[in-house]
Design a protein around this ligand. Structure first.
Ligand code: TAP
Length: 493
């Protein structure tokens, strides 16, 4: 089962092997995990449930690379050149990477080729610009006589990073961790989600071809048990995790035992707020895209809609019409706009959460069930509820499911938006920008989009308030998590 799988004359999947110390390595003692195409439920191949021994091998390779002058002694411009070379290779292999991603995750090829892969190239290019700009500062001590002391700070890479990524944007979220970690001079042991390993394995081939020293990036395949071995390994200095809030809390607790650095990018239940004066021609498609794109499997998806009572039916009918217009299809179908959710488990989870919402009193406006075809397809769904304790309203569903709530008084909106354990994003639609800015200040969320939706940028910090996470990804801010500050104090008197 380790041989590369020839999916079509033009598409071959990488073999299910770990990439450790620059070599492709089998974990012969590991059980195998099947990987399926969520559009057809067909088995694509298998990966090892890598053991603690494989993780230890990878951490040793990453530690050796961290201390090797071939990486540690590389001038910043050398790291920049490697990241640019990788960006060029990703661009050259864009169609293959997009096809792998759509096959493995089920997301429409129209999105993986115009969004996922181009985003990876842009992030790599953006972070390629940083190594030569990362430096410490010269500082004047406040308590010592002037001219007696020379003091400055250095910024050292934190060490070996354990990166754990989910299945909703397998390549993008891997790059969000790899690019800044490598720009900072760290080395990495990274684990993709068991459902979607193949694009990261293809990326490992490109990392090797770009000329990164062996051991700088290591890919270990497996499920949560393999992730746990990474979290527990004493050679890991920092964990960078994207995934569910319960697993994030568990990782934080484990990492606290030896005070590993931790960043967590977790779940969300982001509001989409339509003010009475909004331009509905853009607000309705915007609200629909915010919840249905990627079949709702986006941590900052706009999953709680608040619309004025007098416009409520018009807004809901409009969003449902946009959802119904999305062509449902397999990841690799060129005109598909709405793919499956990633797995049978996710299908059961999404439908179970819809049913729990209905059982607790939510009314189904549209959708609500599985699409009658092979694959794990869920209908674009809108549930109506004013009960803010309804489980579909409170819990992250991670499927194409919107809860919609009418409101009468715009002064209630900030309280509605903030009435959640999460605080990842918020979308506001209005023609009145002063109202929008006032509301943005009152909303507890890491990103607020005004008259737009779902648009992260490499130069803009991204992360969550409350139980949506710790720390920020992207932008200069991310380096706070991949660099340690060292102060050097010299007596020159
Ligand atoms: P998680 O269990 O959180 O999985 C995310 C990643 O963490 C995967 O690589 C997973 O491995 C790994 N993992 C699981 N347990 C671990 C542990 N004890 N130590 C270290 N790593 C561990 O998410 P899921 O089960 O795939 O999805 C469940 C729910 O999480 C979804 O319904 C959704 O609500 C949420 N979710 C959120 C996000 C974002 S972007 N915030 C992304 C995906 C899912 P395996 O998957 O290989 O077991």
């Amino acid at each position: 089962m380790n041989a590369p799988e020839q999916v079509s004359p033009s598409l071959r999947l990488p073999a299910g092997l770990n990439f450790i110390g620059g070599a492709w390595v089998d974990d012969a003692s590991a059980e195998r995990i099947e990987v399926r195409d969520p559009s057809s439920e067909r088995v694509l191949g298998s990966i090892p449930r890598s053991t603690a021994a494989s993780v230890d091998h990878a951490v040793q390779a990453a530690t050796a690379a961290f201390n090797d002058p071939a990486w540690a002694g590389l001038p910043p411009l050398g790291r920049e050149a490697l990241l640019h070379r990788l960006a060029n290779l990703v661009e050259q292999h864009a169609s293959e990477l997009a096809a792998i991603e759509s096959l493995d995750n089920g997301k429409p090829i129209a999105f993986s080729s115009t969004l996922d892969v181009p985003v990876c190239v842009q992030w790599l290019r953006y972070f390629a610009g940083w190594p030569s700009k990362l430096s410490g500062r010269q500082l004047a001590p406040a308590m010592l006589p002037a001219g007696t002391t020379h003091a400055y700070t250095l910024r050292d890479p934190v060490g070996v990073v354990g990166a754990i990524v989910p299945w909703n944007f397998p390549l993008v979220l891997a790059i969000w961790k790899l690019a800044p970690a490598l720009a900072a001079g760290c080395t990495v042991v990274i684990k993709p989600a068991e459902q979607t390993p193949y694009s990261l394995l293809k990326l490992a081939e490109l990392i090797d071809a770009a000329g990164f020293p062996k051991g700088v990036v290591n890919v270990v395949l497996g499920d949560g048990s393999t992730g746990q071995h990474i979290v527990d390994h004493p050679g890991i200095a920092k964990i960078s995790f994207t995934g569910s809030t319960p697993v994030g809390k568990h990782i934080a607790a484990c990492a606290s035992r030896d005070l590993k650095r931790v960043t967590l990018e977790l779940g969300g239940k982001s509001p989409t707020i339509i003010l009475p004066d909004a331009n509905l021609e853009s607000a309705i498609p915007g609200a629909a895209q915010a919840v249905f794109v990627n079949s709702g499997q986006i941590c900052f998806a706009g999953t709680r809609l608040f619309a004025p009572r007098k416009l409520f039916d018009q807004v809901l009918d409009g969003i449902a019409a946009v959802g119904a217009s999305f062509k449902i299809g397999a990841g690799l179908e060129p005109d598909s706009m709405l793919g499956p959710v990633v797995s049978q488990r996710q299908l059961d989870s999404v439908l179970g959460k819809v049913q729990a919402g209905v059982n607790a009193g939510a009314a189904v406006h549209s959708g609500g069930g599985r699409v009658d075809r092979e694959g794990y397809f869920v209908q674009p769904t809108i549930l109506v509820t004013s009960d803010r304790e309804n489980p579909a309203y409170r819990e992250e569903v991670f499927g194409p499911v919107l809860t919609a709530t009418p409101y009468d008084d715009i002064d209630e909106l900030a309280a509605f938006a903030n009435d959640s354990d999460y605080g990842l994003g918020a979308h506001i639609y209005t023609r009145d920008l002063s109202k929008a800015h006032q509301l943005a200040r009152r909303i507890q969320a890491g990103t607020v989009w005004i008259n737009t939706q779902l648009a992260p940028d490499p130069n803009l910090p991204f992360g969550g308030f409350k139980q949506s996470g710790w720390g920020r990804e992207n932008s200069e801010d991310v380096f706070a998590h991949y660099l340690e500050t060292k102060t050097v104090i010299v007596n020159i008197a």
